[in-house]
Design a protein around this ligand. Structure first.
Ligand code: ZN
Length: 225
């Protein structure tokens, strides 16, 4: 299926672009000194309630609702991985950047596959309805806003968390799907997402764990001469 899909990717560039645009709002690579991880719990945005509600509603959702959610999930992943890749390039970590580029292409292909499978020209819902979670869970204040000192380890942790979430979503979808085609698609997606989990776990084994002071700039901007 994937070779067939990849030949069609070029034809989808325009829809891909508009999908990417709609998720751009708050997700840009930030060079500001954000302290997302240290943000107080009270400051956490209620942003993720939509995704949460979708998860809760899962057992009664229709096939097209599931697939709309799946599409949003894949589009979000493609978008985030592209950003992670840019961020790693900025840090001259080309190896990890390459990993994220590859994952971005795969997730975009998944998104395209879902559109094709459902006969949709575009997603019926905004991909803003689905957001990646930070490693601290769904309530973390915009954890995916990239810290300017973020290291490969952090990006991989966030990716791992969300790949597991995607894998579990498709596992659940496969379980509750009444439509054979949807179930088959969900099983394939589950396998691929499980493979991403394994891939990222492998990378994490080779990635140094940052010290507790990673947020401290070792080379802060100097104002005097
Ligand atoms: Zn994945």
């Amino acid at each position: 299926m994937s070779t067939k899909q990849s030949t069609k990717r070029n034809a989808k560039v325009s829809s891909k672009k508009s999908a990417r645009k709609s998720t751009k709002k708050s997700t840009r690579v930030s060079t500001r000194k954000t302290k997302a991880a240290a943000a107080p719990k009270s400051a956490r945005a209620p942003k993720r309630t939509a995704a949460k509600a979708a998860t809760k509603a899962m057992p009664v959702a229709s096939a097209s609702e599931f697939m709309a959610h799946a599409y949003a999930m894949e589009a979000e992943a493609a978008e985030r991985y592209a950003e992670f890749a840019d961020s790693m390039e900025m840090h001259n970590n080309h190896e990890v950047a390459e990993l994220f580029r590859k994952l971005s292409r795969i997730e975009q292909r998944h998104a395209d596959q879902i559109l094709e499978q459902m006969g949709w020209k575009q997603s019926p819902v905004s991909s803003a309805d689905y957001r990646w979670e930070g490693t601290e869970g769904p309530e973390t204040a915009d954890p995916t806003e990239l810290h300017y000192l973020m290291q490969p380890y952090h990006a991989l942790q966030i990716a791992l968390h969300n790949e597991k979430r995607a894998r579990d979503f498709f596992a659940h979808l496969a379980k509750v799907a009444t439509n054979g085609g949807v179930r088959k698609g969900a099983l394939e997606m589950r396998e691929e997402e499980a493979e991403h989990v394994r891939l990222i776990e492998e990378w994490l084994k080779r990635t140094p764990v940052p010290g507790s002071n990673w947020e401290t700039d070792q080379d802060p901007p100097v104002l005097s001469d």
